[in-house]
Design a protein around this ligand. Structure first.
Ligand SMILES: *[C@@H]1O[C@H](CO)[C@@H](O)[C@H](O)[C@H]1NC(C)=O
Ligand SMILES: *[C@@H]1O[C@H](CO)[C@@H](O)[C@H](O)[C@H]1NC(C)=O
Ligand SMILES: *[C@@H]1O[C@H](CO)[C@@H](O)[C@H](O)[C@H]1NC(C)=O
Length: 434
């Protein structure tokens, strides 16, 4: 747990466009480590893969980097058999298995060296490994360049894409069948990373984002990996988000959208909380919601839309790939919700049509199905100075500074005379520092 927690902070990164992370904390190469490779010099990785805890490992020769920040370390300190058995000093390809139907292999890391495959879990080599690649992956060639998992939903079935030159061997994990495609338009990838629903082909010190089904590249690529996937002096742009202590966390807003993505907002950044498999990362709010430049006071989700409130303005965005601002917005709070004044928190419970709006010590219910909007109920809360509220099938969490209060339902929230005992926000919840 300790290790997991530390890793989250190291990984914490601000991002720019295109879903790539940027701005991990300062990389420091210690004195006397002159022989270690420096990824800021612009090297080409042999393989990149996350582990089961969401830490991304970058491999080059006999070294690896753990996370988006920090110096190189010897790979055999982590995965000792790769070196003991093989002495080749480099990994051809690696990926983290995604196969929820097969708990025995789900989340294992697979390494490919020449004609052998190694399967690790919890940094321990699994019994029976290494094997010939074709024993585990019939029809897949040896001497690979790169490999990446592609879960059902992003690919047609739980699959692994194996790259060799411009050929991509798409391996179906369930049927153990291979289909080969040729993507000549894509640079020859020496490593491929699946990160937060996106696919990145690394070549040289650059990377190109591609569609895992069609291979299509949209947007301006290649980009320099040093601006996005690692913290390097003189690379990257934008500001850094300092990871707060859990006891000093103060969120502005929190919400779960219709697609099941949970976001929290603090100052100029937001963080996705549902992507723990890839670590927790922060991004500028404007990356996703371009027009919302000054932070937020409250955010809630209703049907396929997300409502961001700042001052007396309400911005409504469609929950889709582009986060499109609905025409005519922002509008005033009065016009959109029939209320005025500072909003501290707002939330809608799953499949409900009432938005509960917290303003100071009052909670106001507004029915989102009636026009014009009217405050249907206005009650006093046993709490004040609330920062955010989140309603899920498990109940309601009301956030205040570094603590939160859990209620069974909106009814218990408004009818309880006394606040329940507060709980502390933990690093596992929000990626803060214990
Ligand atoms: C992971 O490995 C360590 C030591 O190698 C061991 O102490 C720990 O119990 C293992 N954890 C799991 C979940 O297997
Ligand atoms: C990296 O991409 C830039 C364009 O963004 C290109 O000029 C350069 O040649 C590429 N370098 C490598 C090593 O792929
Ligand atoms: C919350 O943290 C404080 C100190 O940081 C501690 O004294 C308190 O016991 C914690 N509360 C709970 C419910 O864990």
């Amino acid at each position: 747990m300790e290790l997991f927690t530390k890793t989250l902070f190291l990984c914490l990164a601000l991002a720019l466009a295109n879903g790539a992370p940027a701005h991990p904390q300062d990389a420091t190469v210690e004195e006397g480590d002159a022989a270690l490779p420096d990824r800021c010099e612009g090297l080409e990785f042999d393989a990149i893969t996350p582990d089961e805890k969401g830490t991304t490992f970058f491999f080059k020769g006999a070294h690896l980097w753990k996370g988006f920040h920090g110096p190189a370390q010897l790979s055999n300190e982590f995965f000792k058999e790769l070196d003991d058995i093989h002495h080749v000093g480099h990994v051809d390809a690696a990926f983290r298995m995604h196969s929820t139907d097969n708990p025995d292999i789900h989340d294992h890391i697979y390494f490919f060296l020449d004609d052998k495959v190694f399967s690790y879990y919890n940094q321990t080599l699994e019994d029976g490994y290494p094997k010939e690649i074709q024993e585990d992956f019939p029809g897949v060639p040896s001497h690979l360049d790169a490999a990446v998992e592609c879960p059902k939903g992003e690919c047609g079935a739980d699959s692994v894409l194996f790259f060799k030159g411009h050929d991509v061997h798409v391996y179906d994990i369930t049927t153990k069948t291979v289909k080969t495609k040729t993507w000549s338009h894509l640079p020859a990838c020496t490593s491929v990373l699946h990160w937060q629903e996106h696919y990145y082909c690394f070549h040289g010190h650059n990377f190109t984002k591609f569609n895992p089904v069609s291979g299509e590249v949209s947007g301006t690529y290649p980009k320099d990996a040093r601006n996005y996937f690692m913290k390097c002096p003189n690379f990257g742009h934008g500001g850094d988000y300092k990871v707060p202590k859990c006891s000093e966390v103060k969120i502005d807003a929190i919400t779960t959208d219709d697609a099941g993505k949970t976001y929290f907002f603090a100052g100029p950044i937001y963080m996705r909380l549902d992507t723990r498999r890839d670590g927790l990362h922060s991004f500028p709010i404007t990356r996703m919601w371009k027009e919302v430049t000054g932070g937020v006071d409250a955010v809630f989700s209703y049907t396929d839309k997300i409502y961001l409130i700042k001052g007396d303005q309400v911005y409504i965005y469609k929950v889709d790939a582009h986060s499109t601002l609905i025409e005519g917005y922002p509008k005033s709070l009065k016009e959109e919700l029939g209320i005025e004044g500072q909003v501290d928190a707002a939330f809608v419970c799953p499949n409900q049509h009432i938005v509960h709006i917290i303003q100071g010590q009052r909670i106001r219910d507004v029915d989102l199905t009636t026009t014009p909007r009217l405050v249907a109920r206005d009650l006093l809360l046993p709490l004040s100075d609330i920062d955010g509220g989140l309603c899920s099938s498990e109940g309601i969490d009301v956030f205040k500074g570094s603590q939160y209060y859990h209620y069974e339902s909106a009814m218990t929230l408004v009818t309880s005379r006394l606040a329940p005992l507060p709980l502390n926000i933990t690093s596992a919840m929000m990626g803060c520092q214990d």
